[in-house]
Write a protein that binds this ligand. Structure first.
Ligand code: HEM
Length: 398
C-alpha cells in the first residue's frame, strides 16, 4: 500500500492464491476507513470508497456525476493526463439527469416484460444449441468461445432485432473483442465494422420497423447517431459482462464442486451470490458536482470518487464471511449491477441468461472439470470487467 500524506493509490495487485479475490490492500483500506482520500495517477487528489454503505450512498446521490469528461482515472491510462474524454450522444451511461432521464425513459419503455419473456425463451434454445455443439465436438472445449461468449452475443443480436443471417457476423466480431491475442488493428477493425453494421441496422429498422427493441426506438425522436450509439452501448454493456460472468461463474463452480447442488436447487439465489462474489464490474467512478458531506468527510465539488464495487460486495458489515462463496446465502443488496439511476438496464436479461446457462451446463456435463490447473487459467487483468480469456474444460464422453 503506498501512502502520500494520508492518501493512498488505487490497489490493483490481486493475490496469488484465490483467482476470485479482490486486490489484497482493499480489505485493509476498507477496515481502516470505508471512504478515504486517494491520490490519482495524474496528481488529482480525490477519494476511494470501499465500504458497502459508502459505495451505495455515492451511487444513490444525484450530486455525483457520471460524465467522463469531469473524471480523473483511478489507474494510469496511456497518454492521458487529466480528465477522461467525453462520450458521444446516446452513450447515456455517461450522462446525468435530465439528459439521462430522457434516454433511460425511452429505453425502459422498450425493455418491456413481453420482450424479456420472448428473450428468455430464446436463451433456452440458444443454450441448448451450444451445449449440443460442445457435445458433438467434445469431450473437451474452451468454455469461453464455445459457450460463455456466443450466448450473450446472440441474445444482443435478438434484442436489437438483427436478422438471423447476421449471426455469423456478430459471433465473428464479438469474438475479436474478447480475444486477447488479437492485435490492436484487428480490434479496431472489428469496432469499425460493428459501427458500420449498427448504423446500417438503424437505417434498415427506420425504413421497415420489425418487432424488436431497436425498431421501437426508431419510433422515438432519437437521431440516427444517437440510436447507433445506444445500440453500441447495449452491445458494449451487455456482452462482455454477461460472457465473463458465465465464464467466471463456471470457473468458480468448477473449483467448488460442492456448490453445484445448491445451484440446481435454487438458480435464482445462486446467481445473485455469484454476482456478489465475483463482482466482475469491479470499479465505478463518479465526480462531485457540489460540496458533499459524507461519512464525516467533506468531498469538494470537482473531486473524483472511485467506488470499489468488489470491496463493497466483500464488506463484512453487509455480508458475513464475505470471502466465502456460499450459494445458500441471500446476497440481496449486492452492488454488482450498480445502484441508483444508472442501475443496470439489462439486469433482467443478464439474470435470465445466467440462471439458464449455468445449471444447463452442469446438467448436460455432470463430470465437467477444468482441463488445466486453476492457476493456469488465463485471467483478464487491468481491465474494467474481470473474466477469463480461456477456460479449458473436459468431461467424460458417454
Ligand atoms: C452480468 C452481466 C452484467 C453486469 C455485471 C452489468 C453491470 C452493470 C453496472 C455495474 C452498471 C452501472 C454502471 C454505472 O453506474 O456507471 C450497468 C449499467 C448498464 N448496463 Fe449492465 N451489466 C450486465 C449486463 C447487461 C446487459 C445484458 C445489458 C443489455 C442488454 C446491460 C446494459 C446496461 C446499460 C444500458 C447500462 C447503463 C444504464 C444507465 O446508465 O442508465 N447490462 N451494468
Amino acid at each position: 500500500m503506498t501512502r502520500f500524506d494520508d492518501t493512498v493509490t488505487m490497489p490493483t495487485t490481486r493475490p496469488a492464491g484465490c483467482p476470485f479475490d479482490p486486490p489484497t490492500d482493499l480489505a485493509a483500506l476498507r477496515d481502516e476507513q470505508p471512504l478515504r482520500p486517494m491520490l490519482y495517477p495524474d496528481g488529482h487528489r480525490g477519494w476511494l470508497a470501499t465500504g458497502h454503505a459508502a459505495v451505495r450512498a455515492v451511487l444513490a446521490d444525484r450530486r455525483f456525476s457520471s460524465r467522463t469528461e469531469l473524471m480523473h482515472s483511478p489507474v494510469p491510462r496511456e497518454g492521458m493526463d487529466g480528465p477522461l474524454p467525453s462520450s458521444p450522444p446516446g452513450m447515456f451511461i455517461n450522462t446525468d439527469a435530465p439528459e439521462h432521464t430522457r434516454y433511460r425513459g425511452l429505453l425502459t419503455g422498450a425493455f418491456t416484460v413481453r420482450r424479456m419473456r420472448l428473450l428468455a425463451e430464446r436463451v433456452d434454445e440458444v443454450t441448448r444449441e451450444h451445449l449440443d455443439a460442445m457435445q458433438r465436438q467434445g469431450p473437451s472445449a474452451d468454455l469461453v468461445t464455445a459457450f460463455a461468449q456466443p450466448i450473450p452475443a446472440l441474445m444482443i443480436c435478438e434484442l436489437l432485432g438483427a436478422p438471423y443471417s447476421d449471426r455469423d457476423f456478430f459471433l465473428e466480431h464479438t469474438a475479436v473483442f474478447n480475444d486477447f491475442e488479437a492485435t490492436a488493428e484487428q480490434q479496431a477493425a472489428s469496432v469499425t465494422a460493428f459501427g458500420g453494421f449498427l448504423h446500417d441496422l438503424v437505417l434498415a429498422k427506420r425504413a421497415a420497423p420489425t418487432d424488436d427493441l431497436l425498431s421501437d426506438l426508431t419510433r422515438t425522436d432519437l437521431t440516427v447517431e444517437e440510436l447507433t450509439n445506444v445500440a453500441f452501448l447495449l452491445l458494449g454493456a451487455g456482452l462482455d459482462t454477461t460472457a465473463n460472468m458465465i465464464a467466471l461463474g463456471a470457473f468458480a463452480l468448477l473449483t467448488t464442486p460442492d456448490q453445484v447442488a445448491l445451484l440446481h436447487a435454487d438458480p435464482e439465489r445462486s446467481v445473485e451470490e455469484l454476482l456478489r462474489y465475483l463482482s466482475i464490474a469491479h470499479t465505478m467512478v463518479r465526480v462531485a458536482l457540489e460540496d458533499v458531506e459524507l461519512d464525516g468527510r467533506l468531498i469538494r465539488a470537482g473531486d473524483t470518487v472511485t467506488l470499489s464495487v468488489e470491496a463493497g460486495n466483500r464488506d463484512p458489515a453487509k455480508f458475513p464471511e464475505p470471502d466465502r462463496l456460499d450459494l445458500g446465502r441471500r446476497a440481496t443488496g449486492h452492488l454488482s449491477f450498480g445502484h441508483g439511476i444508472h442501475q443496470c438496464l439489462g439486469q433482467q436479461l443478464a439474470r435470465v441468461e445466467l440462471r439458464v446457462a449455468l445449471p444447463a451446463l452442469f446438467t448436460r456435463f455432470p463430470s465437467l472439470r477444468l482441463a488445466v490447473a486453476p492457476q493456469d487459467v488465463p485471467l483478464r487483468s487491468g481491465v474494467d470487467i474481470l473474466g477469463a480469456h480461456r477456460l479449458p474444460v473436459t468431461w467424460d464422453a458417454p
